[in-house]
Ligand binder design. Structure first.
Ligand code: M6R
Length: 588
């Protein structure tokens, strides 16, 4: 998945596109490029590496119309040749998505004399446009798209057209209207220039020129699409005083819980969702990565509140092995971006099976909101860091409220107390640094816990490996002795979460098993007794503010996010843009 942006207006396009790409860089940062058009000529600058690498070339990009791209490599390595835009004939193209039948199309076009310059799937689009072009850009795009399989958001510059064309299928695309006319993968790239935005329908083709935007359906009949004020969804993409987005966003955990409670506990239609859940035969939660880890926590929460069989599924698996949903089932799809292809596809499949679809998402205009019967908003605000932090605690807050039929207000009040606790954890992060130092000295880090702490352990492990590249894994503490203990020696650290008095003794057994194999141990606990007992015997012990067991997950999440952040810095890693990753994964 990548980020695309286009501009047509009165100002020089290159700088506007450059600023837009910087905002989209969270979507991929393997290479970047811009093409502009001026008096029938296309100018292109592109190269491997970050968007910043384009800065010196901007002055060479003439014109007030152009398109840009920041790439997360899927086909072909991250080098200059594979950077977008891809040009052929009179066209330059940027693409977010995957063209699944690119090899077949490439062979066909080669046979017709086309010579390819990159290893990307995307380049075939420029060649197809050239193949079908008879003077009408929109028609060539329609014909080219009819040959494609996969998913795409495309922006196309044509030497003969004073503007650019865009279309989408399965990938995100937003149109913007204000000072000039724009298109982008995310509203954040509309850069304060657009007062109104519109999400075109699947298959729509839009022609964007310095004088306006014309939208057509897939058959090229003109269609009207509603524009909404951008201020309603104004992104907050400022780092503030923080050196990294990750730290800023961890600092917004408490605010996220408060905002989510205020919004969800009084959400119109919440009663209907509660009664659907109450009547369900099955409740299946779906997600990927951190969102899946939130779904794991959701199983415990919803399983304790409803009679239905409650299960969590990795979305990429659920799509092809659906969890047996019926018209009486509820599917809860969890996704920060609402654009994750695996989650959107699995959610669609659940709906096709007849299930009532609830989307727990942070982006109110995202793809998943268009398939859902009901959207439960995670009110985290824009999350820029690739590692999910505040969106995770927001997802947990939503799941708590979904698990509180008839007493959402009571649960919301408890969550507000948890928010106060999070603030205290974040304000006193000195222990995080101590534990991070142990992490960076270790060959591997195992996160363990019991009950809800086991779910928190899995997420803590994902966070650490994602931003610091230290090998880690998360387990229920009791599982350690069934295999993983074989790996434990003095070069291994176990981070042990203990927040439930009823399970503390069993967790302490696991600590003993590790210590007797000379493994290192860091304890993270909300229980003063546990802290008192274990701190003299372990390498580090962090006493978090007291919290009831069912809410302690919020505190351990924040604590482990801080540990991961500190470990990334100690290892010289950029926590906001981990290598090989991107924020929203819009390809399968
Ligand atoms: O936008 P989504 O919540 O659907 O994204 C799912 C995962 O790609 C995401 O949570 C990923 O695992 C994060 N980088 C984890 O920090």
């Amino acid at each position: 998945m990548c980020g695309i942006v286009g501009y047509a207006g009165r100002d020089r396009a290159a700088e506007i596109l450059f600023e837009g790409l910087k905002k989209l860089e969270y979507r991929g940062y393997d290479s970047a490029g811009i093409s502009t058009r001026d008096r029938g000529e296309i100018f292109t600058a592109k190269r491997g590496g970050r968007v910043e690498g384009l800065r010196l070339s901007l002055k060479e990009l003439k014109g007030t119309v152009g398109i840009g791209h920041t790439r997360w490599a899927t086909h072909g390595e991250a080098n200059d040749a594979n950077a977008h835009p891809h040009a052929f004939g009179r066209f330059a193209v940027v693409h977010n998505g995957i063209i699944e039948n690119h090899a077949e199309l490439r062979a066909e076009l080669r046979a017709a004399g086309h010579v390819f310059a990159s290893q990307t799937d995307s380049e075939v689009v420029a060649h197809l446009l050239d193949f079908y072009y008879e003077g009408d850009l929109a028609d060539a795009l329609r014909l080219a798209c009819a040959r494609l399989k996969g998913c795409w958001a495309l922006a196309v510059l044509c030497a003969d057209f004073d503007g650019f064309a865009v279309t989408r299928r399965g990938s995100s695309l937003i149109l913007g209207r204000g000072e000039g006319f724009m298109a982008a993968s995310d509203i954040c790239a509309l850069g304060g220039r657009s007062a109104f935005y519109c999400v075109p329908e699947e298959g729509d083709i839009a022609l964007v020129t310095p004088s306006g935007i014309e939208i057509f359906d897939a058959e090229l009949s003109p269609v009207g699409r509603a524009f909404s004020p951008v201020r309603d969804v104004e992104p907050d993409s400022d780092k503030g005083d923080c050196p990294h987005y990750m730290l800023r966003e961890i600092g917004q955990n408490a605010r996220t819980v408060r905002a989510t409670c205020a919004s969800v506990a009084r959400l119109p239609g919440l009663k209907e969702v509660h009664s659907r859940l109450g009547a369900a035969d099955r409740i299946a939660l779906l997600g990927c990565g951190t969102a899946y880890n939130a779904a794991l926590a959701g199983v415990r929460l919803l399983g304790g509140a409803y009679d239905a069989c409650v299960t969590a599924h990795i979305a990429s698996e659920a799509r092809f092995d659906p969890p047996g949903l019926t018209a009486r089932s509820v599917c809860i799809a969890v996704s920060q971006s609402g654009e994750t292809a695996d989650t959107v596809m699995a959610a669609r499949a659940a709906r096709e099976a007849g299930a009532y679809l609830v989307a727990v998402t942070n982006v109110g205009y995202s793809a998943i909101t268009r398939v859902a019967d009901k959207v439960i908003p995670v009110c985290a605000g824009t999350e820029i860091c690739v590692a999910a932090t505040k969106s995770y605690v927001g997802q947990l807050a939503c799941l708590h409220i979904l698990a509180s039929p008839g007493r959402a207000d009571v649960r919301a009040a408890q969550l507000l107390k948890a928010a106060d606790g999070i603030e205290r954890v974040v304000a006193d992060g000195s222990r995080a640094l101590e534990i991070a130092r142990l992490c960076v000295r270790s060959r591997a880090v195992f996160f363990i816990g019991r009950g809800a702490d086991a779910d928190a352990a899995v997420e803590g492990s994902l966070k650490l490996k994602e931003v610091s590249y230290i090998f880690s894994d998360g387990y229920p503490a009791g599982e350690l002795k069934h295999g993983t203990l074989a790996l434990v020696d003095e070069s291994v650290l176990a981070i042990v979460l203990i927040t439930d008095e009823g399970l503390a003794e069993k967790c302490e057994n696991a600590v003993e098993q590790i210590l007797s194999r000379r493994g290192r141990v860091a304890v993270v606990t909300t229980l003063a007794d546990v802290h008192r007992r274990l701190s003299p015997r372990t390498d580090a012990a962090w006493l978090l503010p007291p919290a009831p067991a069912h809410l302690s997950h919020f505190l351990t999440a924040a604590a482990l996010q801080l540990v991961a952040y500190r470990a990334a810095l100690l290892r010289g890693c950029d926590p906001d843009k981990p290598r090989n990753l991107a924020k929203s994964v819009t390809v399968e």
